[in-house]
Design a protein around this ligand. Structure first.
Ligand code: FES
Length: 641
């Protein structure tokens, strides 16, 4: 029989195939990434391909759509039921009758990439831990007695090569009813290629997962389609543990002082996660049973609490974690009402103060893959700081306090509509212009007049301090220059110090400036300490993560010396990197092995026991662009090597 050349793009893989070979078989034999859930039965539509039309000189081939067999009855039926875009064919039914260039579009690739918008961000390859398989199971036969389960497992091995599967008990409970309801066809979910975790009658192709980011103040969840990687719904809620204490340490103290309270905090956060899961499913219009997978990140105390681990040891030195391994468990063990076979995966913590949220940030930012030395900072009440590249990675946590989140600032508030987030001060008149969240116009532009100003958020605080310094209102040591009262009514006495009236009801007091100085000194000192350990005095790039990092103006961050010296264009926002890391671990199982390996080699630096931390802290208290290390101690990475 004649054979023909078939070239698959974009992989460029090619081979000669006998006339009549279907494209799914051809693709598989060449290792081309072409999806299928139904095993070539013309049901799932995942195997769609586009035959090329014309001469492909570079590939040395002339391809025509009619070099494929005419439309089969199954393809026509699929087209009638679900529609196929013009020019596409079902790879499992179209067979080779001439030379062909076959394009596999991204949505037909099993390991398609989810393109992340930011230039610095890496794409996510879709390869979730759980996959769906459609099977046709032999009917029971008196002449050849085998159990329903045996025939199902035989079919999975025969059709999909899945052998030695463990079977969840709840699948056994549903098995006989399901097989009969599906008239001996079923779709199963297989986790990590090893465990049969769910079963539905007939063909099903919806599988979702939720990535949770459990913060001390807020809990966020992203519901993702495990096939496309698309985020179907996102939702957030306040962490209900706040009723046991505003900050982490007060919650640990509550646990220490009330025997059994750990369970209460665990119950509260789990209930919150479950409610959020319900909201996400409702928002996306899917059933809870469709959710087969969950990933979680959180700081060490949150991580311990949602897993039901007592966080007491994290309340004091030496801050011992119960485990620094990733944790895999049934989602039902976290009281999550999802598919009965859903699995949960908690990313590993790194150290007593550096949690699974930081592991998520590393996964999202992948500093371990590049040559550039990157400084990653996630600023909250503590700043989690990671420094390094493919050679070394170091991590620490630094006690920045809540000032950078707008707390403990006289007119501070969270980043929400009405909060001042941008500030400019005219150095000649000392008059400010501001912009607030939720209003595009600056205060001196039309459209601002009726805007309600409710306070100032973290990024606004950084900007106002930078602008006050640039305008000469602040001295280098951080004191507000009371002598300027003669020039402007905006400088007002506040007891023995002075304040700058930025807006009606928003005055930047000397104490506000001090709070920011303490916070920025802590962040800078943590970063410097890691740089000392690495043996460098500059970094190639800075990425600021979290809500604060997303809104901050890099120029202001550099201007006040929040971060070590670096060109402004080398500073950028990383968004919610911890949540993104949870989403990567949800969509790509190899990422789990990757972060587990990376975390093992992260060098943990404990700021509390390092005398140099205090030195750096004191040196970083001034307001102004930070200086590189002194000439005598100046070292560079290259010289170090
Ligand atoms: S593999 Fe399912 S339709 Fe082709």
């Amino acid at each position: 029989m004649a054979d023909h050349l078939v070239v698959f793009t974009p992989s460029g893989r090619r081979g000669r195939f006998e006339e009549g070979t279907n494209l799914l078989d051809a693709a598989r034999s060449l290792g081309v990434d072409l999806d299928s859930v139904c095993g070539g039965r013309g049901i799932c539509g995942r195997c769609q391909v586009v035959p090329g039309d014309g001469e492909f000189a570079k590939l040395g081939i002339v391809s025509r759509p009619d070099h494929l067999s005419p439309w089969s009855a199954s393809e026509a039926l699929y087209r009638k039921r679900k529609g196929i875009a013009e020019g596409r064919r079902l790879g499992c039914h179209a067979t080779v009758c001439g030379d062909l260039v076959i394009d596999v579009p991204p949505e037909s690739q099993v390991h398609r990439q989810v393109i992340r918008k930011e230039a610095e961000a890496r794409d996510i390859a879709i390869d979730p831990a759980v996959r769906l398989y459609y099977v046709e199971v032999d009917e029971p036969d008196l002449a050849r007695p085998r159990s329903d389960l045996r025939r199902l497992l035989d079919a999975l091995e025969r059709e999909w090569g899945l052998a030695a599967l463990a079977v969840d008990t709840h699948v056994l409970h549903e098995l006989q009813r399901t097989l009969r309801a599906g008239q001996w066809t079923a779709t199963v979910a297989v986790h990590d290629g090893a465990a049969l975790t769910a079963i539905w009658p007939g063909f099903v192709d919806a599988a979702c997962g939720i990535a949770f980011d459990v913060g001390s103040t807020t809990v966020a969840g992203h519901l993702c389609d495990l096939h496309t990687g698309e985020v179907l719904a996102s939702a957030g809620a306040m962490n209900p543990q706040i009723r046991f204490g505003e900050d982490l340490m007060s919650r640990v103290s509550y646990v220490m002082m009330h025997p059994g309270a750990s369970g209460e905090l665990t119950g509260a956060v789990r209930e919150c996660l479950d409610t959020l899961a319900g909201e996400l499913c409702a928002g996306a219009g899917i059933e809870r049973e469709t959710v087969l997978e969950v990933t979680l990140v959180g700081n060490p105390i949150m991580h311990h609490l949602f897993l039901g681990l007592d966080p007491t040891e994290l309340g004091g030195a030496p801050f011992a974690l119960a485990t620094d391994e990733s944790v895999r468990l049934p989602a039902s063990a976290l009281s999550l009402r999802l598919n009965a076979g859903a699995r949960a995966y908690a990313l590993p913590c790194i150290a007593g103060h550096v949690g699974a949220d930081t592991a998520g940030m590393i996964l999202a930012e992948a500093p371990h893959e590049g040559d550039e030395v990157v400084l990653l900072c996630d600023v909250g009440t503590n700043a989690e700081i990671v420094l390094g590249n493919r050679e070394r990675l170091l991590a620490a946590s630094s006690p920045t306090g809540p000032a950078l989140e707008g707390a403990q600032i006289s007119a501070g508030q969270r980043a929400a509509p009405g909060a001042i987030e941008r500030v400019r001060i005219d150095p000649a008149t000392l008059e400010p212009r501001v912009r607030v969240i939720g209003q595009a116009a600056w205060s001196d532009e039309p459209g601002f007049a009726s805007t309600q100003v409710t306070g100032i958020c973290g990024s606004g605080i950084i900007e106002v301090i930078a602008e006050m310094r640039a305008a000469g209102i602040l001295r280098g040591d951080g004191t507000i220059d009371g002598g300027l009262q003669a020039r402007t009514g905006r400088i007002q006495p506040e007891g023995r110090t002075f304040g700058y009236r930025l807006w009606d009801g928003v005055t930047i007091t000397q104490n506000d400036v001090r709070q920011v100085q303490l916070a920025k000194a802590a962040l800078q000192a943590g970063a410097r300490l890691l740089m000392d350990h690495y043996g460098i005095d500059t970094v190639d790039r800075v990425r600021l993560a979290g809500a604060f990092g997303t809104h901050i103006d890099p120029a202001a961050a550099v201007a006040i010396g929040l971060i070590p010296p670096v060109a402004v264009d080398r500073v950028s926002a990383a968004g919610n990197a911890a949540g993104t890391g949870a989403r990567i671990a949800l969509l790509n199982r190899a990422a789990r092995a990757e972060i587990e390996a990376v975390v093992r080699r992260v060098e943990k630096i404990e700021t509390a026991v390092e005398p140099r931390f205090q030195e750096h802290f004191v040196a970083a208290m001034g307001i102004g662009e930070s200086e590189p290390a002194t000439a005598g101690t100046r070292r560079t990475r290259r010289r170090e090597r």
